[in-house]
Design a binder for this molecule. Structure first.
Ligand SMILES: Nc1nc2c(c(=O)[nH]1)N[C@@H](CN(C=O)c1ccc(C(=O)N[C@@H](CCC(=O)O)C(=O)O)cc1)CN2
Length: 283
């Protein structure tokens, strides 16, 4: 039976530490600020943003939501971002993804001042990660690394497989594992015989967005299984990529969905907002 990696509990503990850190900053008259851009009214994005607002409030970070209609022009959105690049009260800027099809995501991410990019998605920050000198990291993979650390999961020399090659999870996840001396395989939709490949891994990170995709046939006895999936089953219940009931008895550690990786994504966003604030205000 696997040990459950309790993302909710770890996130709460880290957020409490951050609250104390922010209290200290406020005594120096430094007030961390975060602005979140939401384009349209996608219900899932709205839930994630609500949770980000709740976390910010708990920690004492001033957060502001800028919600634009889904038909906002790219030009207007870029101009709005520019306003916050030069507003010293906001140390972090986040654009909730995905964006509507008519907006070029790459252009938008490039428009954020890299110093204020608390999502770690700006090409400069992605490049720094690749070169082994990161400043801001994509929050989901960063949160997963914190989970490994908190649960004393040793990665050096282990074989890991990352399933999914998105820019926001799969690719940065592989880099962070590599930086811990893990041997990393990246799997994707063209990978041949994925179950056999995954079964050789000591660590599996699944970020494919398909409910119950990772079954017991993918998992070797004692593997660590991290589920980034955020899917709904036919009854609307939240489920991950991993068939929890099948995999949990085989794994050594496993993350649940919900209350696994999700709360850590938000926590790392808060952490990076505080760090960005310190870099901008205290240096
Ligand atoms: N700009 C960004 N956009 C997106 C990111 C991101 O890191 N930056 N990641 C995802 C969505 N996401 C954060 O924005 C995110 C997803 C899930 C959760 C979370 O806490 N999930 C809860 C369940 C929430 C619910 O459905 O009620 C859980 O797992 O317990 C937080 C953040 C895509 N876009």
């Amino acid at each position: 039976m696997a040990k459950l990696i309790n993302g909710r509990e770890l996130a709460d503990n880290m957020q409490e530490q951050m609250r104390l850190d922010v209290d200290t900053l406020k005594k120096q008259e430094v007030y961390p600020g975060l602005v979140v851009f939401l384009v349209g009214d996608d219900p899932a994005s709205k839930t994630y943003i609500k949770n980000k607002e709740i976390a910010a409030q708990k920690i004492g970070i001033q957060s502001k939501l800028e919600n634009y209609p889904s038909d906002i022009s790219e030009e207007k959105l870029l101009a709005e971002i520019e306003k916050y690049n030069s507003n010293p009260n906001y140390h972090g800027i986040l654009v909730q993804l995905p964006l509507p099809d008519h907006i070029d995501e790459e252009k938008v991410l490039l428009a954020i001042d890299p110093k204020k990019d608390v999502d770690g998605f700006h090409p400069m920050n992605m490049g720094r990660l690749l070169l082994g000198n990161p400043q801001a990291l994509p929050c989901t993979p960063y949160g997963i690394m914190k989970m490994f650390e908190a649960y004393d999961i040793d990665l050096a020399g282990k074989n890991a497989i990352v399933i999914g090659r998105s820019n926001i999870v799969g690719k940065p996840m592989a880099q962070l594992l590599l930086a811990k001396n893990t041997t990393v395989t990246m799997a994707h939709s063209h990978t041949q015989d994925l179950p056999t490949l995954a079964k050789q891994a000591d660590v599996i990170v699944s970020a494919v967005g398909k409910g119950n995709f990772v079954t017991k046939d993918f998992v070797k006895e004692g593997a660590v299984v991290i589920d980034v999936g955020m899917n709904r089953d036919e009854n609307g219940k939240r489920i991950g990529d991993v068939d929890f009931a099948e995999v949990e008895p085989i794994a050594s550690f496993i993350t649940p969905v919900p209350k696994g990786v999700g709360p850590m994504t938000i926590t790392m966003l808060m952490q990076q907002t505080i760090e960005a604030c310190k870099r901008q205000e205290l240096n």
